[in-house]
Every structure is written in structure tokens, then in C-alpha cells.
Ligand binder design. Structure first.
Ligand code: UD1
Length: 423
């Protein structure tokens, strides 16, 4: 049977997008490889739909450490189009992405646009697609939003604005946890548009967990010793892993200071490893907070890792790639973070997590998983880290966080193609 081709344009822009999009790109590749080859097509009905994927990188994140490393770690092909937008204020960055993306959309004329997550690139591209006109029968692509429906109910977060607006212009909404279904219904979004598919970021985690375990990051940070005789690894030191980058936590001196003071007790009880986001590094220098930290990448040979414990300072390291970070997460005693995705990853891994925020748009990680909300106060952080250090709770992995979410997404897209008679 001859294949009909539907064109999908997938957008990535910033670090947390890459692990969410990677499994979808991989599933498209597998789908096409199976075309006409398998004697038993997976569901017997979409075997004749070929999917052409055009991968667009807006360039919101552009450093080797914030972007390129993730492409190689996650086996993502080089983007077909790199927009090279870079940093800027919210308005400038969003506007620049919109201007450049409009030209791309008019040229590529895809049948579907896939956007993931909640970053500025997500909203900017969805908004352009919602108002574009190609002329003729198909005036615009169908917009699919992956990770729809999450709400922190805190409109001071730029990501919350991005989530709400993206969901309201999307045609197909892929939901990762039960709260997303409730939130979308409450906002009047029709059930017909909404599909509960699970979490594509967990697809990546499950696919790369084994490979991440081969990383040598624990040895290079002196958290695990290797027997020189046979190369086998000895026991891993107890350590905490820290990430902080949210403007609400690090952009104001008093708030950031409170958080660092809240972490002092933890850093005297075990080494705290802190892969530092560029925004946070800038603030540390600007506010003169160097006293809380060991020099960046100090004692890489691991010989002096005990000194971190003695002086109670947090150990800064450069931002890490996907595999090294996943390895550190898997072996940590506790993870302290203000990231969204890490709350989900630790829940899946059963590692205790302290979230330095008052709220979360991912409540399932608190309800079923290993996450606790500490707020950003000194005492809140102290109490939560103390509790989580002793925690034996491994939690439950939420429904459909099973490594098959990208496949469910493709099934829905193929269903839409048949429905809309693109064939
Ligand atoms: C963005 C996302 C946030 C996500 C985070 C993960 C939005 C609104 N926010 O925040 O949801 O959790 O990414 O990292 O989209 N910078 C570099 N190199 C880079 C990228 C950024 O040095 O490759 C610096 C720039 O100085 C920039 C600052 O980091 O001004 C912030 O980058 P930006 O993309 O604006 O937002 P993030 O804080 O990274």
C-alpha cells in the first residue's frame, strides 16, 4: 500500500523541552521504519500513514551545556531548522520567536505542530500557529500541546501564563497526570480535545536510566571510589543534589539568602552538589554569596570530597548533561529543587525530593510520589530536608508513567489524520 505523508513540525527551545520531545521524535522514526515492513502493523489501521517530522529549535537555550549536550545524550537528531533566538526579556524573546517562527510556518506548512512544556518557546509558537493562514483548504496546522493541563494557580510564574494560554489555543491536549484533566475541564476545554497519555519525560528517563548508570560523574565528583585493582565501584557516599533557578527564588537577594541559610544544616550533614544554572550563577556573583559555596568544580579528582562536609559549603559544578544529571539523581539521598520536571523524575525513581516552592503544578508527585513542598523560608527548608533525609517512603509511580506515552501520542495523531481525511 502506498503511504500518505503527514507533516509534523516539532518545536523545542529550552532545556526542559528536550527530554519531553525526544521520545516523540524517536517514536516517529520507529513508526516510519515499520511502514510497509511489518507484516503485522501495530494497530492495523495507520500502517499507510508516513509521518515527516521537521524539528525546529528556537535557540531559547543555546549553550553547549544547556542545549547541545542534551541532543547527543538523548540521541535527538540535529534540528532541521535552528532559529538562533537567544536570551532576552520575556516580551523580546517571545516576540522574536513569533516573528521568526511565522516565516518558518508559512514555508513549511505542516499538518501538525507539536509544542511541549511551558517555556516561552512553547507559547510563542502555539500562538503563531493559532493565527496563521496558509490559504486553501487547510488554513493552519492542528496544534498539539504535550504536558497540557498542569496548573500551579500562581499567575506570577511566567510558566503558568504560558501553560494556560497554550492550552487555550491548542487543538489536541496531551495530559500527563490526573489533575490536568480536572483543570482543563474546569476551564471549559472540551473533553474531546483532551487525551490522557502519561508523561513523555518519564519515557526518556526509563529509556536512558541504564545508560545514565554508566556515567562516571560520581567518581569524578569523589562520591564513589573505584577499586584500582578491578575497576569495580565501592559504596556511594550519602549526598544531596540541588538545583535552583526560578526567578522568584534567585532574583531577589533576601529570598535567595534565606534559601541558602535554610540549606546550611543539610550541607553540614552531607555533601550538596549544585549544578548551577547560568541565571543563578550570575546572581551568586552579583549578591556576593560566594561564601556559601566551594569553588566551582573544586576537587574533581574526588580526593577532598570530605572537606565539603567539614566546612558545610555547597559544591558548585557546571550545568550537567542529561545522563550525568540522571545518574546523580538516581544515587542521591535527597534532591532539593525548584524545577518542575525534577519533581516528576524523583517520584519515578523513588528518591526523596524537597521542592523549594509554595506550590506545584504537579500535585501527583506530592499525593503519590516522594515530593514535599518546603516553601522558600529558612525553617521550611530546614524541616523538610531533615524529614526527607530520613524518609523511607518510596511512593507510587503515577498511572501511565510507563515509557509508552510517546506511542500513545502518535496513536492519537494518526487517528486525527484519518478523521480529518488528510489521507
Ligand atoms: C527557562 C524556562 C523555565 C525552565 C528553564 C530551565 C521560560 C519562561 N522559562 O528559564 O521554565 O525551567 O528555562 O532552564 O521559558 N542563559 C545562558 N545560556 C543559555 C540559556 C540561558 O547563559 O543557554 C542565561 C541567559 O543569561 C538568560 C538566563 O540564563 O538571560 C535565563 O534564560 P531564559 O531562557 O530566559 O530562562 P530560564 O531562566 O533558563
Amino acid at each position: 500500500m502506498e503511504a500518505t505523508t503527514a507533516k509534523i513540525l516539532t518545536v523545542v527551545g529550552a532545556r526542559p523541552n528536550f527530554m519531553k520531545a525526544a521520545p516523540i521524535i524517536a517514536a516517529i522514526r520507529v513508526h516510519n521504519e515499520c511502514l510497509g515492513v511489518s507484516p503485522h502493523p501495530r494497530d492495523g489501521s495507520d500502517s499507510h500513514i508516513a509521518l515527516q517530522n521537521v524539528l525546529v529549535h528556537t535557540g531559547q537555550h543555546y549553550d553547549e551545556a544547556m542545549s547541545d549536550q542534551f541532543f547527543s545524550d538523548l540521541n535527538i537528531p540535529r534540528p532541521d531548522i535552528h532559529m538562533g533566538v537567544g536570551s532576552g526579556s520575556h516580551a523580546a524573546q517571545t516576540a522574536e520567536i513569533m516573528k521568526r517562527f511565522e516565516e518558518i510556518l508559512l514555508r513549511e506548512r505542516p499538518d501538525f505542530l507539536i509544542v511541549v512544556g511551558d517555556v516561552n518557546s512553547t507559547l510563542a509558537c502555539a500562538l503563531v500557529a493559532a493565527k496563521i493562514s496558509f490559504g486553501g483548504n487547510r488554513t493552519r496546522p492542528l496544534i498539539a500541546h504535550v504536558e497540557a493541563g498542569l496548573r500551579s494557580f500562581d499567575r506570577d510564574m511566567p510558566e503558568e501564563i504560558n501553560r494556560i494560554l497554550t492550552d487555550h489555543v491548542a487543538d489536541i491536549l496531551f495530559v500527563s497526570e490526573e489533575s490536568g484533566l480536572r483543570n482543563l475541564r474546569q476551564e471549559g476545554i472540551s473533553d474531546e480535545k483532551v487525551h490522557f497519555v502519561g508523561n513523555t519525560m518519564i519515557d526518556s528517563l526509563l529509556a536512558f536510566k541504564g545508560k545514565a548508570d554508566e556515567s562516571r560523574i560520581l567518581e569524578s565528583l569523589g562520591l564513589r571510589q573505584v577499586q584500582p585493582s578491578n575497576g569495580s565501584a565501592n559504596g556511594t557516599t550519602r549526598y544531596a543534589l540541588l538545583t535552583l533557578h526560578r526567578p522568584s527564588n534567585v532574583d531577589q537577594r533576601a529570598i535567595f539568602l534565606n534559601i541558602l541559610e535554610g540549606l546550611e544544616e543539610l550541607s553540614t550533614s552531607c555533601p550538596v552538589i549544585f549544578p548551577v544554572h547560568p541565571r543563578t550563577q550570575k546572581r551568586i556573583n552579583e549578591f556576593g554569596f560566594e561564601r556559601f559555596f566551594d569553588a566551582k568544580n573544586a576537587c574533581e579528582d574526588g580526593e577532598k570530597s570530605g572537606s565539603t562536609r567539614a566546612n558545610g559549603r555547597i559544591r558548585l559544578v557546571d550545568p550537567l548533561g542529561y545522563l550525568d544529571f540522571l545518574c546523580l539523581m538516581q544515587h542521591a539521598t535527597v534532591v532539593v529543587t525548584d524545577s518542575g520536571g525534577i519533581q516528576e523524575e524523583t517520584t519515578c525513581l523513588g528518591i526523596p525530593c524537597v521542592t523549594v516552592r509554595e506550590n506545584t503544578e504537579r500535585p501527583i508527585t506530592v499525593k503519590l510520589g516522594t515530593n514535599v513542598l518546603a516553601g522558600a523560608s529558612r525553617d521550611g527548608i530546614r524541616q523538610a530536608t531533615r524529614r526527607q533525609l530520613e524518609s523511607k517512603v518510596v511512593g507510587t509511580v503515577p498511572e501511565a508513567w510507563d515509557g509508552k506515552s510517546a506511542q500513545r501520542i502518535l496513536d492519537v495523531i494518526c487517528g486525527e489524520i484519518r478523521k480529518s481525511q488528510l489521507l
